[in-house]
Design a protein around this ligand. Structure first.
Ligand SMILES: *[C@@H]1O[C@H](CO)[C@@H](O)[C@H](O)[C@H]1NC(C)=O
Length: 509
């Protein structure tokens, strides 16, 4: 007897084809029976109805097109945007056109940008098969390359890196489309006299991780990125300092708390990209393992470094002793705290969302769910589970916790609101975002002035004219969200939030 089963989950119909060889009266007769089975996969259908991760994944990558600076390509899908920042770098007589606007303003900020690119690359490395299956791999590569092309331009000499374009004060005192900017586009750089190990090492991490992504796609591009990454790491190592001391305007917006985390994280990515022992030795020789962390963010990459170190231990590339044992324990303590199985659990809102900090809380939810997804994969590939002080956690349990957090963001929450713009029927209409809140330049090419934008658009009690699909904002600690344009703590989406979600959504889709 032969059995062939074919299931089409989209139409919810299964075919069972049974081929039976019957022996009768000395002859063999082959009969084929076809059964149509209904509701064969009703369980999957129900899940798909609760959240459409595939749609959310598509949205998350569209978001990056909405944040593009520079000359937009012919295949640009977010059509309400136009070319902008075409003279960036002119004050330094170099070309710094391109890259991404950081959040709802028109600044290009190297520190959160590099972290964004590292997380987009990690998302792609870890969940490449899923991205490919959902036809989003090309979009993920494009999203990474839009950032890495810019980072390469900004690295003009081995020990010179341009880390910021624009001034927070003048930028924030205007409300203009990026296409209309009249604000100074000052370029700020690091060099030997103005070091910034955090920014240089994070950029090294971004370019090293992206070089892994592009290895099989574009070998030449991949090795170019790796060369820049190794130079930037050496610059970071040989000229220690905090970038926000060298680029003063960064201090008021993305002030760095230290560079030891970026150095470890940069070394971990360079090890993955090169397999060179010196990077492993750098991690092994660190004087401080960082301790157990309570967040993973643009400022604090210890968790990322710990998780990569734990992978090296699990894969037998590093000894499970000394500082390596500490790294792995600390990675697992963080995951345990997210899984609510440690002595110091991550807090939750009454509605169940992880609660870290009041300003853009979902950026921390995004990195936490990313780490849980990745760790779930690492554990299941070893047939292992996580031993927490509050009990064991299986990889499947981690995955279901990730799903519940993402479901909250996508609408399963006390407000029945999707915190991803363009997803579901009830999503934020007034996000704090200059480009989205002002009529598209394609519809009205008359320039919007610095102050005119406030009068005509910012204070307007109406939905944004442009939908920045894929942007993610945050409710407060009591699951409330007022959808108020001037609430930059809750209503301003940032690239650092969406980059890890690309990986998480690919994982769940
Ligand atoms: C959310 O949806 C549920 C179920 O449909 C409903 O009972 C509840 O009242 C809704 N909450 C809000 C704030 O709309």
């Amino acid at each position: 007897m032969v059995c062939v089963c074919k299931v089409n989950c989209e139409s919810n119909i299964g075919f069972l084809i049974v081929v039976v060889d019957l022996k009768s009266m000395g002859m063999t007769v082959r009969r084929v029976f076809v059964f149509i089975i209904l509701l064969f996969c009703s369980f999957q259908i129900l899940n798909a109805a609760s959240a459409d991760y595939k749609k959310a994944l598509t949205n998350s990558l569209l978001y990056f097109e909405g944040q593009r600076s520079g000359k937009l390509p012919p295949n640009q899908r977010v059509n309400w945007r136009g070319d902008s920042g075409l003279k960036d770098g002119q004050d330094a007589r170099i070309n710094l056109v391109g890259g991404y606007y950081d959040a709802g303003d028109n600044l290009k900020l190297g520190f959160p940008l590099a972290f964004t690119i590292t997380m987009l690359s990690w998302s792609t490395i870890e969940f490449e098969d899923q991205l490919s299956e959902h036809k989003e791999l090309k979009n993920a590569l494009d999203a990474i390359k839009w950032g890495t092309d810019y980072l390469i331009k900004a690295h003009t000499d081995p020990n010179v890196f341009y880390g910021e374009i624009g001034d927070p004060d003048s930028d924030h005192s205007c409300w203009q489309r990026p296409e209309d900017m009249t604000t100074p586009r000052s370029s700020y750089k690091l060099d030997e006299q103005h070091p910034g190990s955090d920014l240089a090492a994070e950029t090294a991490a971004a370019l090293a991780a992206a070089s892994i992504v592009f290895k099989s796609v574009d070998k030449k591009y991949s090795s170019t990125m790796l060369l820049h990454a190794t130079q930037l790491f050496d610059f970071a190592k040989n000229h220690p300092g905090k970038y926000s001391d060298s680029i003063p305007p960064a201090r008021q917006i993305y002030s760095s708390s230290g560079y030891e985390d970026e150095m470890l994280w940069g070394a971990a990515w360079l090890y993955r990209a090169t397999n060179m022992k010196k990077y492993l030795d750098y991690m092994g020789g660190a004087s401080d393992s960082g301790g157990v962390r309570t967040e993973f963010s643009w400022d604090d990459k210890f968790v990322g470094a710990h998780v990569l170190a734990a992978k090296f231990v699990l894969d037998g590339e590093a000894d499970a002793s000394g500082i390596w044992a500490q790294y792995k324990t600390q990675a697992e303590e963080y995951v345990c705290s997210c899984a609510q199985k440690s002595n110091q659990n991550v807090q939750k809102t009454p509605g169940g969302l992880f609660w870290f900090l009041p300003w853009n809380n979902n950026q921390y939810v995004a990195t936490a769910t990313f780490v849980m997804s990745v760790y779930s994969n690492y554990l299941s590939s070893k047939g292992a589970s996580l031993q927490c002080s509050g009990g064991d956690v299986s990889p499947d349990h981690l995955t279901s916790l990730v799903r519940s957090q993402v479901d909250y963001i996508l609408g399963s929450n006390p407000r029945n609101m999707s915190y991803m713009v363009g997803y579901g029927s009830n999503f934020p209409q007034k996000i704090h975002h200059r480009g989205a809140s002002i009529v598209s330049i394609k519809k009205d090419p008359n320039p919007v002035s610095c102050k005119g934008g406030f009068q005509d658009w910012f204070y307007k009690d109406a939905p944004n004219p442009n939908v920045l699909v894929g942007a993610v904002v945050s409710p407060d600690g009591n699951d409330k969200y007022d959808d108020s344009r001037n609430d930059f703590q809750l209503a301003e989406p940032a690239t650092v939030t969406i980059a890890p979600l690309v990986g998480v959504l690919a994982y769940l889709a």
